[in-house]
Design a protein around this ligand. Structure first.
Ligand code: NDP
Length: 240
């Protein structure tokens, strides 16, 4: 068990993000549950965690708003030592039919959002000489997926940023890793994959659960993962 830290989980109002918030709270950390529009979901999750003896509070901002994000994350009390960049969207279309706004929006949330949230938190984290940055990527960036050229590009950029930042921070006690989920049972994937797709695509013939992703994030955030950095860990039931 790690010493309690302050953790920020972006997209904590969503399916996978909520499970990550719960697992970090179970490790004893104070969790800032971030939402953009899902403020009620983040508030209610914070209430649940606090009622169960954990410690959590909700924050909200749009990660694509650089100035709004800088102000919001700089206002969080004390250094954040566990950062989970989980906010993400997909907006699928085969590339010949993809609108420019579909391309730009998906990249804006994952890639510019990563920069907007992470950059202002780095120096305070580095000064504590202990940190964990975990970026939620996707198996789509590792093996591709038809209709997701924008999403694969966005998550691929996140994987590359993970590797470069891990090198920058390697001597500072801060690890940087990515978790690349496969098909996980959340509203995001349920809209895209039916039972037959899942049986065809996933060797384990089932979707993963948000908790199965959160368990891996919790490990990477723990003291026990102190020598794991610069890795892309895919949680995908054998897809790669
Ligand atoms: P959800 O749609 O349930 O959650 C997405 C989260 O991202 C929400 O909390 C949403 O906030 C937040 N978000 C979206 N846009 C913005 C923005 N501009 N600013 C701030 N927050 C934003 O998705 P999942 O839980 O399924 O996905 C979580 C992560 O896992 C994503 O990065 C996704 O790409 C990745 N992933 C998911 C897979 C799956 O099968 N589900 C597979 C592989 C990767 P709000 O709702 O409050 O507006």
């Amino acid at each position: 068990m790690s010493q309690p830290k302050r953790a920020l989980v972006t997209g904590g109002s969503g399916g996978i993000g909520a499970a990550i918030c719960r697992s970090l709270a179970k490790q004893g950390h104070h969790v800032y549950i971030h939402a953009r529009h899902g403020i009620a979901a983040a508030d209610s999750l914070a209430e649940d965690i606090n009622a169960e003896g954990g410690s959590a509070s909700a924050v909200h901002f749009d990660v694509t708003d650089a100035e709004g994000t800088r102000v919001a994350v700089s206002a969080l009390p004390g250094p954040i030592q566990i950062l989970v960049n989980n906010a993400g969207i997909h907006d699928d279309a085969v590339l010949p039919g993809m609108r420019p706004d579909q391309w730009h929006r998906v990249i804006d949330v994952s890639v510019n959002g990563f920069f907007n949230v992470t950059q202002p938190l780095l120096m305070p984290m580095i000064r504590t000489r202990w940190g964990r940055i975990i970026n939620i990527s996707s198996v789509s960036a590792l093996i591709g997926n038809k209709g997701q050229t924008n999403y694969a590009a966005a998550k691929g950029a996140l994987n590359s940023a993970t590797k470069a930042l891990a090198l920058e921070l390697a001597t500072r006690g801060v690890t940087v890793n990515a978790v690349a989920p496969g098909v996980i049972a959340t509203p995001m994937s349920e809209a895209r994959f039916d039972e037959a797709d899942i049986k065809r695509l996933v060797p384990m013939a089932r979707a993963g659960t948000p908790e199965e992703v959160a368990n891996v994030v919790a490990f990477l955030a723990s003291e026990e993962a102190s020598y794991v950095t610069s890795q892309i860990l895919s949680v995908n039931g054998g897809m790669t």
